[in-house]
Design a protein around this ligand. Structure first.
Ligand code: URP
Ligand code: ZN
Ligand code: ZN
Length: 464
């Protein structure tokens, strides 16, 4: 007898979509197949799709940026996440000056306790370069950090590392069996351009994008890939935004460089025309939104399996915080998106499939699961516990009804932001139910879970 059986669902397993049943026992997926035995509870799921719970591998929960704090802390961000079918978030530590790598990790980890609606793993930001922090890299990985993240930009915020610092971090990460995650923008070039624009009297949002052209992404991609190769360190590039950056990656891969790549919905679905709007400052993020063509090229790469992960870089600020800034240099950078990640990607990719512009429907379902569950779980050491519908995995599940049509409306979302970058965009389908380790936490519009259901998840790289 199973605890719960889904009947007649389209079940997205790693290698095929099965029309059949799924049984849960003791919080784990116990069996998948046709005609399973009885469950204490049964859900008739014909016409609906069962995906593995979504893993958003790049979120910032409650971070200070340019004098403001992003509005979704652990509680708000995880609440928004579960309504979007996300059952695991990977957040970033914030390393204060003088705080050790392990201290910053433990402080962030303590903040998850009792506060989250979904499971949370952590990447460790390495922003305070010194011998002590270098020496702590193996320890923070042993404590379950999913990745070690560095920045090639944000010198004014004290976060940017130099090339020799990157080499040192990469070498330690490599020796400890970890993964180096990189925000790849040439920060000095961006600061140089921004200062020039400010001197010309530019204050507007478009100046932000002009100060961070695709060239500075492509240069940083090439440079950090080179540094990582010298240090023999596995590399994961966060938030790839441009066709020029993508071309650089293609050339590196053609020369046998191994690189894992993430992009985000804002670079696939939004474009830089937003900066010309009266509320353009709200869309400030780094990297900036790009031209429409960049998004189309990145989408091709997503469909062509050249991009491993789609994650959000969720970092929403209130309208007041965005609008209060005097000029583009002082707007807090970041856009929210955790709740709409899966529905918007489902909509975009299934629409392309129906228009004959992408592989057939079932292939798209497999691709969605791979990009937003299997790959992040495997890359960040959460598999085989999470990320796939296979026997023995934790029963983190998303039941999706593909039939409804609606639009994104900020007032319907469950985070703390008072606006949304995707307002008015069409969504196909709806999250009907979400299960976390076998417990139902969302039923349509009802939140059944509570803050504290979510646990810290230790990453175990190399054990997948
Ligand atoms: O603008 C952004 N992306 N804000 C969050 C911090 C980062 O660089 O990922
Ligand atoms: Zn970044
Ligand atoms: Zn980020």
């Amino acid at each position: 007898m199973y605890d719960l059986v889904f009947r007649s669902a389209r079940i997205v397993t790693p290698d095929r979509v099965i029309l059949g049943d799924l049984g849960i026992l003791d919080g784990l997926i116990a069996a998948v197949g046709p005609g399973l035995g009885p469950g204490r509870e049964e859900i008739e799921a014909s016409g609906r799709i069962l995906f593995p719970g979504i893993i958003d591998a790049h979120v910032h929960l409650g971070v200070p940026i340019r004098g403001a704090e992003s509005v979704d802390g652990v509680r708000e961000g995880s609440r928004a996440a579960v309504f979007g079918g996300v059952t695991t978030l990977i957040d970033f530590t914030v390393q204060n000056k003088g705080e050790s790598l392990v201290e910053s990790f433990e402080r962030r980890r303590a903040g998850i306790e009792g506060a989250s609606y979904c499971d949370i793993a952590l990447h460790a930001n390495f922003t305070d370069f010194n011998e002590g922090n270098l020496a702590e890299i193996p320890e923070v990985l042993a404590r379950g950090a999913a990745g070690i993240k560095i920045f090639m930009a944000y010198r004014r915020a004290g976060m940017q590392l130099s090339d020799v610092e990157i080499l040192n971090v990469a070498q330690r990460v490599s020796r400890a069996g970890g993964l180096l995650m990189v925000h790849a923008e040439n920060g000095d070039a961006a600061d140089f351009l921004a200062e020039g624009l400010a001197e010309e009297g530019r204050r507007d949002a478009a100046a932000h994008a002009e100060s961070r052209p695709d060239l500075i992404e492509a240069e940083a991609v090439f440079r950090v890939a080179t540094l990582a190769r010298i240090a023999k360190c596995p590399l994961y590039l966060v938030h790839l935004s441009s066709a020029r950056g993508l071309e650089t990656i293609r050339r590196l891969r053609a020369d046998d460089w191994d690189i894992l790549v993430e992009t985000c919905p804002q670079y696939l679905l939004l474009d830089s025309s937003r900066y010309a709007e009266p509320d353009g400052q709200r869309y400030l993020a780094s990297p900036p939104l790009r031209a429409k063509n960049d998004g189309l090229r990145l989408l091709d790469a997503v469909l062509g399996d050249e991009i491993e992960v789609v994650a959000t870089d969720h970092c929403p600020f209130s309208r007041a915080a965005k609008d209060a800034a005097e000029d583009f240099l002082s707007v807090p950078n970041g856009i929210g998106g955790v709740e709409t990640l899966f529905p918007l990607m489902f909509t975009r990719l299934t629409n392309l499939a129906e228009g004959g512009l992408a592989p057939k429907h079932n292939t798209i379902l497999l691709r969605l699961a791979r990009l937003m569950a299997e790959n992040p779980a495997r890359i960040f050491g959460l598999a085989p516990r999470k990320g796939a519908i296979v026997s023995g995995a934790e029963a983190d599940l998303l039941l999706y009804d593909p039939a409804p049509h609606r639009e994104v409306r900020a007032e319907d979302l469950h985070g703390a932001a008072d606006w949304d970058a995707y307002e008015g965009m069409a969504i196909r389908g709806a999250v009907e139910g979400v299960w976390l380790r076998g417990k139902r936490i969302v039923e349509g519009e009802a939140l059944l879970g509570k803050a504290g259901d979510g646990r810290f998840v230790e990453a175990l790289p190399g054990k997948a």
